[in-house]
Design a protein around this ligand. Structure first.
Ligand SMILES: [Zn+2]
Length: 85
């Protein structure tokens, strides 16, 4: 699959118009993933300094961001499936 994509990228010009909705959903997925990643980094840095209750709150927040990133990914895949783009 990756080989085929590579060959296509090398052999074909980029498509003239990229689906705007797909691009929007991809950006949203990237943003959500970056927010989740940053939250996990904070969690790791703060694991030894935060009081347990605050750590749990930060953990819950990172879980919320993880689910949001997952939803953004699902929305992107759902759009690609329906739209065929
Ligand atoms: Zn599309």
């Amino acid at each position: 699959m990756e080989l085929l994509q590579l060959r296509n990228e090398q052999g074909m010009r980029p498509p003239p118009d990229v689906c705007e909705e797909r691009q929007r959903l991809l950006n949203a997925y990237e943003d959500a993933s970056a927010a989740y990643s940053a939250a996990v980094t904070d969690l790791r840095r703060n694991v030894e300094v935060l009081p347990e209750r605050e750590y749990e709150r930060a953990y819950d927040e990172s879980e919320r961001l993880r689910l949001a990133a997952r939803e953004a990914e699902d929305a992107l895949h759902e759009h690609i499936r329906k739209h065929g783009c």
